[in-house]
Design a protein around this ligand. Structure first.
Ligand SMILES: *Cc1c(COP(=O)(O)O)cnc(C)c1O
Length: 399
């Protein structure tokens, strides 16, 4: 018999899924329950002591959550996954598991705004030392390493300016210094890169974005080895309580089944939109890894299987120019978030990166008028026409 070596879409559809054991329903039910009935006290004792696998209470696990976790582990080539209430729950639970008072954390200087705020304002409150570095150059990471460095945390591509970090190189630095590498791979999704294959110890995702894909849930995922995930789940996630609801887990499961075909479409459309923007006289700069002008285009080709659906761009006229584009699109929605089937546009300084001061932002090229665009799966032609019309208004405003 030939080996059935499941490819990406086949894994996305089949991994973790099982028909209902009671009714045979093809699609597993949403186990909407707070608690689980025990056969007897002896069983309760066995489950509590880990001698028997089983569910006991909603905060400790639920079969719908398990299905999602098995699917994500399969897609990220990890042993185990953990689903959480939000991307931030995935990040906080992970960092609080790995770090303690007196430890040192190296973090990317351009990361999602709330992650930046968490690290700068909250982790430091617990006596964790932090150094923010430009992770697009491995030398910066290497220079920042201290004897007490325990975690290197980065996003690649990063939100919002799409800089990349060399995952393999960063993993080497981490492991040479006894630290762990945690990668937020929200922008790439497992369709475009698998950080664990490149040496990362853990990958985290905001499932709110491409994994769910339809803009109707908030959720997060952590993937890693069996041992690491067990250490995050028990007791940290149990105690912090940032678990996913079964209904939201179900919607992410459904979203994941089409992740491959959605990502293919996001990538194709984004490439066309980025090329259009780069050639437009009202656009000063486009940040998209699929453009040869992107400083890390070669790394993107090597590390990723496509360039994704996210980009940022600076418009002529600074804030006035950027604002005019965002206020004049008609099909595209002015809304934060990303990775949705429909195109979303946002003003990064006031939306995803409001936690950073103007000085902090400008140091890392998040300019005042900068526009971030999440290219949806609408025909690229429509997205381009919408932007073209909005950019024509910029010409009237800034000349
Ligand atoms: C949105 C986002 C997060 C936070 O996820 P939530 O689901 O909103 O909590 C973390 N990292 C990146 C890169 C994001 O874009």
């Amino acid at each position: 018999m030939k080996k059935l070596d499941l490819k990406f879409n086949a894994r996305a559809i089949h991994a973790g899924s099982r028909p209902c054991p009671v009714t045979g329903a093809h699609i597993g039910p949403i186990y909407r329950t707070s608690t689980f009935v025990m056969d007897n006290v002896e069983q309760a004792i066995r489950i509590s002591q880990g001698e028997e696998e089983g569910y006991s209470y909603g905060r400790f696990g639920n079969p719908t959550e398990t299905e999602l976790e098995e699917k994500m582990a399969a897609l990220e080539n990890g042993e185990r996954a953990l689903a959480t209430a939000s991307g931030m729950a995935a990040i906080t639970t992970t960092l609080m598991t790995f770090l303690k008072n007196g430890d040192h954390l190296i973090a990317g200087d351009i990361i999602y705004g709330c992650t930046y705020g968490l690290i700068r304002d909250v982790l430091t409150k617990f006596g964790i030392e932090v150094t923010f570095v430009d992770t697009s150059d491995l030398k910066n990471i290497e220079k920042a390493v201290q004897p007490n460095t325990k975690v290197i945390y980065l996003e690649t591509p990063c939100n919002p300016v799409l800089k990349l970090a060399d995952i393999q190189g960063a993993a080497q630095i981490a492991h040479n210094s006894g630290a762990s590498l945690i990668v937020d791979s929200t922008f790439a999704t497992p369709y475009l890169q698998n950080p664990l294959d490149l040496g990362a110890d853990l990958v985290v995702h905001s499932a709110t974005k491409y994994l769910g894909g339809h803009g109707d849930i908030v959720g997060g995922i952590i993937v890693g080895s069996k041992e690491t995930i067990a250490g995050i789940r028990d007791p940290h996630l149990q105690f912090f309580g940032g678990i996913i609801s079964p209904g939201d887990a179900f919607l992410i499961i459904r979203g994941l089944k089409t992740l491959g075909i959605r990502m293919k479409s996001h990538c194709e459309n984004a490439q066309k939109v980025a090329e259009f923007l780069e050639a437009h006289p009202m656009v000063e700069k486009v940040y998209y890894p699929g453009l040869p002008s992107h400083p890390q285009h070669e790394l993107a080709r090597r590390q990723m299987r496509g360039f994704g659906g996210m980009m940022s761009f600076d418009v002529r006229g600074g804030f006035a120019g950027g604002k005019t584009v965002m206020n004049n699109v008609r099909m595209i929605s002015l809304a934060t978030s990303l990775g949705c089937i429909d195109s979303l546009i946002q003003h990064s300084p006031s939306m995803s990166h409001f936690t950073m001061s103007k000085e902090e932002r400008e140091k890392v090229s998040i300019m005042e008028g900068q526009v971030r665009l999440s290219v949806g799966i609408e025909e690229a032609e429509n997205t381009i026409t919408d932007l073209e019309n909005a950019l024509a208004e910029v010409k009237k405003v800034v000349g």
